[in-house]
Write a protein that binds this ligand. Structure first.
Ligand code: AOF
Ligand code: ZN
Length: 354
């Protein structure tokens, strides 16, 4: 039985607010970004909360802490971007916290794919709470889509058991990442490089092949133009068998996965709580990742120059006919001081069921 549910428009507004609040939490660190709004029976937002990362209060608990108004026995509603958890992990179950706080309606946008925490909705129903997923309630579709987008990468990482993988390619208009003599610093301009560093600060782990490490001696840190480091640094990881000389930046600083099994490496990243992996290069690693269907997101930095020959940014994918092309959908186009950035996501073929 519905306990005086707020009107649909108020639920839509609350879900939009919860999605916005969720994004205040950290993207990296293994836990999802989650936001929560507590509503009065009339649909007024009484409190907001969001999750501040692994080990800290969940969004629901944070919102309940922020609920200062004495609402007596009024039947309150919680609107959450993710299904409330039903487990004791680093924090106690949110289902119980919501019930104890006297919440009567619980609405969420996305089912929790984590088998350890899932089932919160069912449990709430068994306890007599009116627990419903937002799509059953006619909440505005575009607001629902934004709410799903908040945790979509985390959801896919949990379902696939591997990190969401971004591949980066910096190349000329004709697809070269280095000239015939191997010179490659710098194909793209300063603004492109600054943007790429910002992306580095938004991932958990940054992976480079031994070829690139030996050729470029990179630091794989996220830096501002003046050399200062972003507060959030990705973990550097080298993949491949070749030895890295002791006088290289990453020698002794980065772990080396002495394998070519990228899938296993991405699975072990997920196991240690890393949700976003950035494949920094080079072409061999990126090409192998594309061939293996492991690239979820592709970042292409296009410099307005031609080389006509040289080393391709992406190598032979073993595709011989157009119908077998690897297709992406365009998410973002950005002009960066004459360079063009394309942010793309893989079409279909994800490990999501259905
Ligand atoms: C979060 N924040 O706001 C919600 C989450 O180890 P724990 O106790 O922090 O539990 C993490 C799991 O709890 C997470 O994988 C997800 O399934 C669920 N919900 N997690 O980090 C939140 N509501
Ligand atoms: Zn929880």
């Amino acid at each position: 039985m519905a306990h005086s549910m707020p009107p649909k428009s108020a639920l839509t507004h609350a879900l939009a607010a919860a999605s916005k609040a969720a994004l205040q939490g950290p993207r990296t660190g293994g836990n999802p970004q989650v936001g929560c709004a507590i509503l009065s029976p009339a649909g007024r937002i009484l409190a907001m909360g969001y999750h501040r990362g692994a080990g800290s209060a969940h969004a629901e608990a944070d919102a309940l802490t922020n609920l200062k108004e004495d609402t007596g026995s009024a039947p309150l509603t919680a609107v959450v971007t993710l299904e409330p958890c039903n487990h004791s992990g680093k924090t106690p179950p949110c289902t119980r916290a919501l019930i104890e706080a006297g919440i009567k309606n619980v609405i969420w946008a996305v089912d929790d794919p984590n088998p350890k925490a899932a089932g919160g909705g069912e449990y709430l129903k068994q306890q007599g709470i009116n627990a419903r997923r937002a799509d059953e309630l006619g909440v505005d579709e575009s607001v629902l889509a934004s709410a799903r987008a908040v945790s979509a990468h985390w959801v896919q990482a949990v379902r696939c058991g591997r990190a969401w993988t971004i591949a980066k390619v910096a190349q000329t208009l004709d697809g070269y990442c280095a000239a015939q003599d191997g010179s490659s610093q710098w194909i793209t301009n300063r603004l492109s490089r600054a943007y790429a560093h910002r992306i580095r600060s938004r991932v958990d782990v940054i992976i480079a092949g031994t070829g690139t490490v030996l050729a470029d001696n990179p630091q794989l840190t996220a830096r501002l133009a003046d050399g200062r480091k972003f507060p959030q640094q990705p973990r550097p990881l080298i993949i491949g068998n070749r030895e890295i000389p002791a006088d290289f930046y990453l020698a002794g600083k980065a772990e080396q996965a002495r394998t070519h099994d990228l899938k296993a490496v991405l699975e072990s990243c997920y196991q240690r709580g890393e949700i976003f992996a950035l494949l920094e290069g080079g072409p061999t690693l990126i090409t192998a990742a594309l061939k293996a269907g492991l690239v979820d997101e592709l970042h292409v930095y296009l410099a307005p120059r031609l080389l006509g020959a040289g080393h391709k940014g992406i190598g032979d994918l073993g595709i011989t006919t157009l119908t077998n092309s690897l297709d992406f959908s365009l998410q973002q186009v950005k002009e960066l001081g004459g360079d063009v950035f394309l942010g793309l996501e893989k079409e279909g073929a994800s490990c999501l069921p259905g």
